[in-house]
Structure formats: C-alpha cells, structure tokens
Design a protein around this ligand. Structure first.
Ligand code: 3H9
Length: 704
C-alpha cells in the first residue's frame, strides 16, 4: 500500500523520517494514523534503516486528534498508531516543534525519545473539549513524570513550554530550532544501537509517588469541585490517572478506553467542541480581503486614564506592547498610574504574576499629556467619559494628530461608532473596541463596525484584540452593540421576577447551579447597582413606554449600591465579601409589588432559568435579524467570554437548541400574550421556530 499523502516517508543517512503533513496543524485526520503505521512498518522492514524520526511539516508537530471527527465512525484509533510506535523494534525519536497536543503528545510519548525546539509546547488539553486523552496519554504520562504532575497537566489541559517539559522529563533534549530535522537525524543516529529500547510503558519508578501519597486523587477532586461542577471529564481524567497507578499498563489502557467512550458523545463534550469551533469561526470576517494580514501593532495609546483606560493599558503592557496613556491633567494620570500599580501589586500578592513580571510590565506604560505625544502610535483606544460631546472632541483631535493608517478605536459601550467616525476625515479607520470590565481580566473584546468602517480596520482591530490575549468578536453599531444588548433583557427579567415573587438569592442559586461562577445579583453587587441606574434614568426620560425597574432604583436611592457601600442586593459584613440575604430587600420588593398591584407567586427553578435566557435568545435573534452580528455562534462566544456563561453549555444559542426552537417560540409567544410587547417574538425566531430549525446556525439577516 502506498502511504497516504498526509504522511511522507523518506530515508536520510540511515534514518527513516516519517513526516506528518496535514495542514494547518497536522491533526490526526483521515489517513494520518494509517500513514504512521505504514511508515513505521517500512522503517522496520528496511535493513538500511537503523532508527526513525517522527516529525511534523509546517508549523507544528501534531495538534491532536481531528476534533471534527469525534462522534463519527473511525477506521483506526490513536491507540493503534501509538501501539505501532510502541512496538517498533527500531527506536523512534519524536522531533517536536510548534504544538504536540492531545493525540500528538500521545504519539510522542509512544516514541522512545523526544526532542524539542525551545519554542515548542506540549500538552494534553482533551479535558477542554470534554474528553480525556484516549491514546494512552493517561497511562504513559504518569509513568514518565509521576502521577501528580501528570494529573495536574491532564486536568488543567494547559500547554507546557518546552523548557518546563524538559524539566518534567517529558522531553529528553532541547535542540536548536533552525534545523530540527537535522538535529533529530543526528540524535537518532546517536541512539540507534542502544538497547534495551526505553519505552514509557515499561517505566514504573515514578508510580511509587502514589503509594507514598494515596490521598492525592481525592485531594485533586476536592480542589476542582467548584470549577468542575456539573462536568464529568475532569473527574474521568483523575480516575484514568489513578488507574495508571493501580493497574498494569494494558488494563489501564482498557480503563482509559472505557472512560473515554463515556465522554466522547456526552452533552458536555458536544457543547465544548461547538465552543472550540465557534471561537475559530468568530475570527472570520465575511467580505474581508482574502489573506489580508494587518500590520502588527508595535505601539499603542490609550486616551483616558480612568479604571477602564488603565485596565486596557495593562492589556498592552502584559503582552509586551509599549503603551502611552494620555489624560488631560497630571493629577488624573498620576491617579490612573497608581491604580495600575496597585492592580499589578495585587496580582503579585495573589501569585498570578511575579514581581519580576510586574517590574517588566509597568515601565511599558508611559503617561503623556498631549495628543502630539501619541501621534505616531499604531493604534489608539479612546476610553474617555461616556458623553457624546466629549467623544466627538477627542476624535476630532485624534484625526488631527494620528499618523495615517493608525487604528482609531473607541471603547464606548453604547455610543454609535458613526458619531465618532464622522468627526474624522478617515471614518474607514474608526471602529469600536469594547472591552469588558475588568479589562485586564475579561477575555472579550467586542469590535464594533460602523457604517463606514473598512474591513481592513475590522481585521486589524480583531488582530489587536488577539495580540493582547482577547477573543475578539464583531458587532454592528446599535444601542448596547451585540453583547450587552443581548444580555439586557436577561437583566430586565431578573428584576421583574422579583416584583412577581422571586428573591435574589433564589435566582442567584438557579444560575450558579446552572454553571455560572456567580449569580447575577451577586455580580451586580460587585460591579455596583448605581452604574445601570443612570442609564435607566436616561432611558426613562427618553422613552415614555420604558418599563421602570422599581426595585433596583429604590435600593440605589437608599444608598445600597453594592459591596462598596456594604449593602446592595445582599448585606455584607465589614471586610467580608460573603453575601447575606437581607430582610430589607425583601420588604422593598414587597412594597413595590403592593404599590403596583403585582401578584406574588412562587417560581420553579426551571421557569427562572428559561425566563432569563429566553428573553436573551429572542433579543439575539433580533440582533441577527437586523445584521448587528455575523452569526449566532458569535453571540455565543460573546456570552462565554464576556459574561461567564458556562462553557460546557456551549453558549446562549447552543443552549437554546437543546430546548428546541419550536418550544422556545411557543413559550415566548405565550409570554408575549401574558406580559406584553417586550416578549414579542422576533421575526427570525418565528421563521426558525415554525420550522423547528437550528438557532445556533443563524446568520445576519442583512449585511453588517
Ligand atoms: C485528542 O487529541 C484526543 C486524543 O486523546 C485521541 C483520542 C482517541 N482538529 O486554533 P487555530 C483547526 S483531542 C481539527 O486558529 P492557532 C482550527 O479549527 C484534540 N481542527 O490556530 C482552525 O481551522 P480553520 C486535542 C483543528 O495557531 C485551524 O486548525 N488537541 C484542530 O491559534 C487553525 O487553528 C487539541 O485540543 C484539531 N485538533 O492554535 C488542540 N486544531 O482555519 C486544539 C486546530 O478552518 N487546537 N484545528 O478555522 C488548538 O488548541 C489550536 O488550534 C492550536 C493552534 C494551539 C493547535
């Protein structure tokens, strides 16, 4: 049989070189496993070959199994190709660059030796897509580096840099990255005649760790309990590593296979696979020039040294980009910089960064007072006060000084991008870059496309987001853009359900049980009830039909603004962030209900969940219908990274499909009758729901 094209085999200097060539990331797609088995067979059969090298073409070694193939029938398993490597009578050296992830690392572990270039990364990230390493990874890695380190890697799914992999013992040698193939051939020649062949499966010394510390597995289960609630994969990962310490290798593989099979088609894995591809799809800009590569951002500026401006400046500094932060007065700048220093100091104290990292990052942020000082920056993010007149003035000034081609971005969370773009002679270079608070922590960067924004600017702004560790997603310009606009009805419903008889603690519990890290009322106490108060007042003044939210308004008017005032939706003891349900809130709710003649009733948990999420599903459909987001899955990405939506539930629209579009349309229609206009089903929901179609595949109804 001639080997499939995705795997090449050639012989150089007595060494058989097996090259996986399956762009873009050498996933173990159709033909790759077969190709590896075939090539190992050829190397063993050829008397002129003393050893072999397994290497990847292009930018990576092997990034793992082809995620698109899960849930489909497979002709061959990773277990079969790793077995071929494991049983090879001649030594095989894995030569790693780029990524060796999942099934990729599992193939490397089945080789006799592993060498890597210093920029390579290795890992077993299967847990992040709801499964476990199913090609022997849970059995080999503990034998190689000990069960504790293996369990940490497998349960976190993190990418381990080459230097650390060498220290852990995953990699035998680091080699110069200029000629990995040459280095691998030389290495292979050096070990070609060494016998017995070192095989990870035969190692047992590191397993003794588990005998010395048998409680390590239970301790791990306890340590992940909060984060991993409602999920199976992290626990199955622990169980599989535990099996490695208790069962002989072959039996351990059997256990791994059984546990893997339980996960592969579970709801959790399906939702996580969807999230993985949604995050890649979100980067694609319909209509953008093909293969357009925006110039790299080398210098950045932030105008406005408030909390948000400081947070955005930190994002650049964290990723090695020098940033100038500008404000009108020295005093505001000093305050802003002090806040940045304090934030970094807290991170050092918490251990999330080192003092050395802080010392490296801080000097990247330079305070300046004049527009001229930022003129040569590649990008500027405006983060001034949310007032149209102030924004207009800033953009006119930016237009006057910034070099041609600079990206002019606004962090506004509500103001129409066109208003700012129209103040310049280069509206095509103006877009929104809406970061979420705290900007240096939250992952989402919503890129807002104005009427005249060019696709090149959008691609550039998206790339900027990625360069500072964000997930960027495009929205059209409208009130609230796509992320906050889709979430607004959720917030309205959570407030209105109070008037009807639900309590903040009940609603919070439902959402935490569903998978959110915190309930929405506890989050609101953290961010401050007063923030939305002003917006509500503005809306009420502008729109006579605006439905007032009496309960939060009254709490703010009583001085209950959240944690910062010691009370909001909950009360707080001094110096403690634990929320305590409060009788005062109950009586405010009761007063409002009485005053407006609203009947109090009990809510089931399911009704609470549906009322919150379905309100947002309907709004998301309106957003798509109006062409304010490209795809339903983009809105899912926004919810995952902007609002802490549980990833293992896929996203808002993915979840909606688990309920069913027809059932959702029926429910929303019923609530439309009962509660009135705010529940009017969107046209898109009608269209999809009447056919029982799929919501998560919905696309913008008109071009963005
Ligand atoms: C596994 O191995 C199970 C085993 O235990 C065996 C069990 C039996 N499959 O992310 P990028 C595509 S589970 C299919 O933009 P980057 C991706 O969709 C797997 N496709 O690049 C995109 O396509 P498109 C364990 C994949 O440089 C393109 O490649 N492995 C896969 O920012 C570029 O991707 C993982 O979980 C895949 N495995 O990041 C690793 N990987 O251009 C998953 C990528 O059409 N992958 N694609 O949109 C990653 O984490 C990142 O892609 C990686 C590169 C870090 C490798």
């Amino acid at each position: 049989m001639s080997e499939p094209q995705v795997v090449r085999y050639d012989v150089e200097d007595g060494i058989g070189v097996i090259t996986v060539d399956n762009p873009p990331v050498n996933a173990l797609g159709p033909g790759v496993r077969e190709g590896i088995i075939d090539a190992v067979g050829r190397g063993n059969a050829d008397p002129g070959v003393a050893a072999m090298v397994l290497i990847g073409a292009g930018r990576s070694f092997i990034a793992g199994a082809d995620i698109r193939q899960f849930g489909k029938a497979r002709t061959l398993t990773t277990g079969q190709s790793t077995k071929a490597l494991d049983e090879s009578a001649k030594p095989v050296v894995a030569a790693i660059h780029g990524y060796a992830l999942g099934g990729g690392l599992e193939h490397a572990l089945a080789c006799n030796y592993r060498i890597a270039v210093p920029t390579a990364k290795v890992g077993l990230p299967e847990v992040l897509i709801g499964i476990l390493p199913g090609g022997g990874g849970t059995q080999r890695l503990p034998r190689l580096i000990g069960p504790k380190a293996a369990m940490e890697m497998i349960v976190s799914g993190r990418h381990v840099p080459a230097a650390e992999a060498k220290q852990l013992g995953i990699v035998d040698e680091l080699v110069d990255d200029k000629d990995l193939r040459g280095a691998a051939i030389r290495f292979a020649k050096g070990i070609a005649s060494k016998r017995p062949l070192p095989r990870v499966r035969d190692k047992s010394d590191r397993l003794a760790e588990a005998k010395a510390d048998p409680g390590m597995f239970e301790a791990m289960r306890k340590s992940i309990a909060r984060k991993a609630r409602n999920q199976k994969a992290p626990y199955h990962c622990i169980a599989a590593v535990e099996a490695a310490t208790k069962e002989p290798f072959e039996q351990g593989l059997e256990t791994e296979r059984r546990l893997f099979a339980e996960l592969e088609n579970a709801d959790e894995a399906k939702a996580l696979r969807y999230a993985f591809f949604a995050e890649r799809e979100v980067a694609k800009i319909p209509g953008a020039p093909k293969d357009y590569k925006p110039p790299r951002i080398k210098t950045a500026a932030v105008v406005g040294a408030g909390t948000m401006g400081g947070g955005i400046a930190m994002c650049f500094a964290d990723y090695g980009i020098p940033v100038k932060i500008m404000d009108a007065t020295r005093e505001t700048l000093d305050k802003g910089l002090q806040r940045v220093r304090d934030n970094y100091a807290v991170s050092v104290k918490r251990g999330s960064i080192t003092q050395a990292q802080m010392d490296e990052r801080l000097p990247r942020i330079q305070a300046v007072e004049r527009y001229e000082d930022i003129a040569d920056c590649d990008v500027v993010v405006e983060v001034v006060f949310e007032r149209v007149d102030v924004k207009k003035e800033v953009f006119a000034k930016l237009d006057a000084v910034m070099k041609p081609g600079a990206l002019l971005l606004s962090n506004s969370s509500a103001i129409d991008t066109d208003i700012m773009a129209n103040m310049t002679n280069r509206p095509q270079d103006v877009a929104g870059a809406h970061f979420f608070a705290p900007a240096n922590v939250m992952k989402l960067c919503e890129v807002v496309k104005g009427t005249k924004t060019s696709n090149e600017t959008i691609v550039g702004a998206m790339q900027m987001g990625r360069d500072v560790g964000k997930i960027s997603a495009v929205a059209g310009s409208c009130d609230g853009f796509a992320a906050n606009r889709s979430r607004a009805p959720f917030i309205t419903e959570m407030m209105l359900m109070l008037e009807e008889g639900a309590l903040p603690e009940q609603i919070d519990k439902v959402m935490v049980d569903y998978g959110y890290p915190m309930g929405p009322f506890a989050v609101n106490d953290l961010s401050g009830l007063d923030i939305s108060y002003d917006t509500r007042k503005r809306r009420a003044a502008a729109d006579p039909n605006y439905r007032k939210l009496h309960v939060p308004d009254r709490l703010v008017e009583m001085g209950r603004k959240g944690q910062k005032t010691g009370a909001g939706w909950y009360r707080y003891e001094k110096g403690d962030r634990t929320p305590h349900p409060d009788e005062v809130v109950k009586s405010v709710i009761a007063d409002v209900a009485k005053e407006f003649g609203i009947e109090q009733r009990t809510f089931t948990d399911d009704e609470i969940l549906r009322r919150l999420l379905l309100a947002s599903v309907n709004e998301a459909c309106k957003i798509l219908e109006e062409g304010k987001a490209y795809r339903a899955s983009d809105i899912d990405v926004m919810w995952l990274h902007g609002f802490g939506f549980p990833r293992y539930r896929g996203g808002l629209m993915y979840w909606a499909d688990t309920v069913g579009s027809k059932a959702i349309l029926d429910q929303i229609s019923e609530w439309h009758e009962r509660y009135g206009a705010r529940w009017r089903p969107s046209n898109l929901l009608r269209e999809i729901g009447e056919k029982g179609g799929v919501l998560r595949e919905a696309k913008a109804g008109v071009p963005l």
